[in-house]
Design a binder for this molecule. Structure first.
Ligand SMILES: Cc1cc2nc3c(=O)[nH]c(=O)nc-3n(C[C@H](O)[C@H](O)[C@H](O)COP(=O)(O)OP(=O)(O)OC[C@H]3O[C@@H](n4cnc5c(N)ncnc54)[C@H](O)[C@@H]3O)c2cc1C
Length: 247
């Protein structure tokens, strides 16, 4: 990506002002994925001075600023287990030190190992203009009005776990699955290769295949839809064995 100017606002309000008034703007998170794009924009809005790198703990949730890196999610002792596990498989420490949770969620990437655990954990998103919405609603929404993701609220789940299949350690997931239980059991399946989908309160008397019946899997250069479904059923069988041990 090429840009002609970069602005470094000191507040989210100033960043939003730039987003809505500048010519052909783009928000920079860690810049990891933007860097790969062959695109020319006029104004890059760097959020690194907006104070969005904080993790704030409350009794029932963890508030994570949009500029918090994946490495912080991986190493922070209070993060739910599913999230910490998912981060460990994303490329390497150098990349995880750079790329942000805000960029990972805003990109709505189908391959994401970040969105899947957040969806199972029932994360909610705080946008500067649109206010609060669930990650589930964000992923389903067709609204692409530009806005700034300020923070992500992650409820403190009693239990959670993440599973995935990668051909090699640094590769994208062929399929991934996260499971979390707070008041309800939630299963998210991602890298289908489309963005993660949610199953709420499944009937645990059903087989993994039956639980996943309504989830669509498709073909890409990594795997066929049928192969992905088989992998997801196996991951879910493992996950349900783990759930049966949760007190
Ligand atoms: C080589 C490589 C391999 C990767 N492999 C994996 C992988 O295996 N698994 C995986 O899950 N991920 C992978 N990723 C993706 C990575 O984890 C991040 O999700 C991705 O780089 C986006 O995060 P970022 O901070 O770099 O965002 P950027 O690239 O800076 O931004 C991404 C998008 O989000 C927008 N944006 C950023 N921040 C905000 C905000 N606060 N509000 C609104 N919009 C915003 C930007 O304008 C842009 O459209 C990989 C990335 C790279 C570069």
């Amino acid at each position: 990506m090429n840009f002609e100017e970069i602005v470094m606002p000191a507040t989210v309000a100033e960043a939003y002002e730039a987003l809505t008034t500048a010519e052909n703007p783009v928000i920079l998170g860690g810049g990891g994925f933007l860097k790969l794009q062959n695109r020319r924009v006029h104004t890059a809005i760097d959020l690194s001075r907006c104070g969005l790198e904080e993790v704030h703990l409350t009794p029932d949730c963890i508030e994570v600023g949009a500029m918090v890196t994946l490495r912080t999610l991986e190493t922070h002792p209070e993060m739910p287990r599913a999230l910490r596990t998912a981060m460990k498989n994303i490329v390497g420490v150098a990349l995880r030190n750079l790329v942000t949770v805000g960029g990972s969620v805003s990109g709505r990437y189908g391959f994401s190992d970040v969105i899947t655990p957040l969806l199972a954990l029932d994360a909610h998103l705080d946008f500067h203009k649109k206010g609060r919405m669930s990650l589930e609603a964000f992923l389903e929404s067709q609204d692409r009005t530009p806005d700034i993701l300020v923070k992500i609220r992650i409820p403190r789940a009693a239990h959670s776990a993440f599973y995935n299949v990668q051909l090699t350690y640094t590769d994208f997931s062929m399929v991934n699955l996260a499971i979390a239980r707070n008041h309800h059991l939630r299963i998210a399946v991602g890298a289908r290769p489309g963005v993660a989908r949610l199953i709420k309160d499944p009937d645990l008397r059903l087989t993994p295949g039956e639980i996943l019946e309504k989830i669509k899997f498709a073909k890409d250069d990594k795997a066929s839809g049928d192969y992905r479904r088989t992998l997801a059923e196996t991951l879910l069988a493992d996950a349900l064995k783990e759930v049966s041990q949760w007190k």
